[in-house]
Design a protein around this ligand. Structure first.
Ligand code: SAH
Ligand code: ZN
Ligand code: ZN
Ligand code: ZN
Ligand code: ZN
Length: 455
């Protein structure tokens, strides 16, 4: 399972060596984030590297420093210590306890509803004194409880768990799109804002019958949702922290009762590990498939995978049935990823889907148009190239065809007769550029990668 090279660095960062993900392995040791993933580090010139396990969820050693050589002998005492460590590094309340706390919290009068911003926790009156010198939010309304993504601060760790929340415009677009397509259940994997918009709409509007199950590694959400609405889940190793019961919740949700069609929507952080994500998503697809023995024929569970366009080839390698849509997904808390025409940077984030592209109707008022040849909606700037016979732009700007490269290239590129391909005019011919370790693009380095920068 797994395989393929990953772009981002892992333990120790990258030197002149390359790190390859070998994927989940049977019998892998666990850290607090579930089973570790197997990697191999190869140095230039050397043939075979030594294999090791590292945390699946954290790219940053500061967040989880789990490391073990594959062939390392681990003593009984160290194993016991590790187990103890893993136990101690679980959240202080269980999901069940949080659900009970919530029930008590909503019974409180407004004046007694407090949220600790430092601990990111709803407080019951008996706990106030422990948080006396913390920043508190008071008078927490029902509306606030229904929008936890606004109450909680977005996690900021660039490497491990950066949370980029959908702008309203994009969230509404996604919701309208999937309801228009007839979906009644949404498996929200790492999309807490989409989940909360669905939940609150369902609680307010009688005729709105869409349901959502949130799978996310951010356990703070367990304060606001029951076990039927949220599962603590790691999408890099398909680990359900709630064990078999949580697994079963997910399985039940995927079972399409009364013809209620399911779609999975996911918006992972883009620190790399596309192949690990794909492995987990295939397992979720398999869960869906197993819920109905005959019904699904050879179909795949419908999916929207929201990710930057420069990962297109790696996603398509994992999921050949997917296509990239031109729609630009925007975020609230990301400076570079705001929608705009000129001057500002445009969002590089797109929707990858296994649904028929012509069904994904993009808003004409935002400049998208239907290309009858390609049978899909494209950006206004995306011109159909008669030689390539497709609408070739990836970033929304008009691309130009290069007869020598036999393909369309970015408008800012020129054909270099020395290198024999199209590239930036002021490049260095001798130096073949390895590009950015995060996204693979050649026009910037890791430190300037747009997928890591934020407000
Ligand atoms: N745009 C989305 C949020 C995307 S941010 C929205 O507005 O709803 C990425 C999300 O993935 C965050 O919610 C984060 O908590 C979650 N996440 C990050 N690492 C994860 C992991 N290993 N497993 C599961 N979820 C993860
Ligand atoms: Zn870990
Ligand atoms: Zn076209
Ligand atoms: Zn072309
Ligand atoms: Zn060229």
């Amino acid at each position: 399972e797994g395989g393929g090279a990953m772009a981002a660095g892992g333990p120790g960062g990258l030197g002149s060596s390359a790190l390859t993900l070998l994927g989940p392995a049977p019998g892998a040791p666990s850290c607090p984030h579930g089973p570790a993933l197997l990697f191999v580090k190869t140095s230039q010139g050397k043939e075979e590297g030594r294999r090791f396990y590292a945390c699946s969820a954290c790219r940053d050693r500061k967040d989880c420093n789990f490391f073990q050589w594959e062939d390392e002998k681990v003593s009984e005492t160290r194993l016991a210590a590790r187990e103890e460590y893993n136990r101690n590094h679980q959240p202080s309340f269980t999901h069940r306890q949080n659900v009970d706390r919530y029930k008590n919290f909503v019974l409180l009068p407004l004046s007694k509803r407090r949220f600790c911003q430092e601990c990111q926790q709803l407080l019951l009156p008996a706990e106030w004194e422990k948080h006396l010198d913390h920043q508190l939010l008071c008078d927490i309304t029902t509306a606030q409880l229904k929008s936890p993504s606004q109450l909680l601060y977005p996690l900021e760790n660039k490497k491990t768990n950066a949370q980029y929340l959908f702008a309203d415009r994009s969230c509404q677009f996604l919701l309208n799109l999937l309801t228009d397509l007839g979906f009644r259940r949404v498996l929200s994997v790492g999309t807490p804002r989409l989940h909360e918009v669905i939940q609150s709409k369902a609680s307010q509007e009688e005729e709105f019958s869409v349901r959502s199950l949130l799978l996310d590694i951010d356990f703070r959400y367990s304060q606001f949702y029951t076990e039927d609405e949220f599962c603590h889940y790691n999408m890099f190793n398909h680990h359900f922290f709630g064990g078999e019961a949580a697994h079963e919740t997910c399985r039940k949700f995927l079972y399409e009762e009364n013809g209620e069609k399911v779609i999975m929507v996911t918006d992972p952080s883009f620190g790399g590990l596309v192949e690990a994500l794909a492995t987990s998503f295939k397992k979720l697809m398999a869960m869906w498939k197993e819920t109905e023995k005959e019904g699904h024929d050879n179909n795949e569970m419908p999916m929207f995978w929201i990710f930057p366009y420069f990962f297109e080839s790696r996603i398509l390698d994992c999921f050949p049935s997917f296509r990239m849509m031109d729609y630009q997904v925007d975020y609230d808390n990301h400076a570079l990823y705001k929608h705009g025409k000129t001057g500002r940077r445009q969002s590089p984030v797109r929707i990858f889907t296994n649904l028929t592209p012509s069904m994904i109707v993009l808003p004409e008022e935002e400049g998208y148009r239907f290309c009858t040849v390609c049978q899909r909606y494209v950006s206004s700037g995306n011109q159909h190239c008669d030689i390539c016979n497709s609408c070739t732009s990836k970033d929304g700007r008009r691309w130009k065809h290069c007869v020598l490269c036999k393909k369309c290239v970015k408008p800012s590129w020129f054909h270099c007769n020395n290198c024999n391909f199209c590239t930036l005019q002021n490049h260095n011919c001798e130096k073949t550029d390895v590009g950015c370790f995060v996204c693979g693009e050649t026009d910037h380095k890791r430190s300037a990668c747009p997928s890591l920068s934020r407000t």
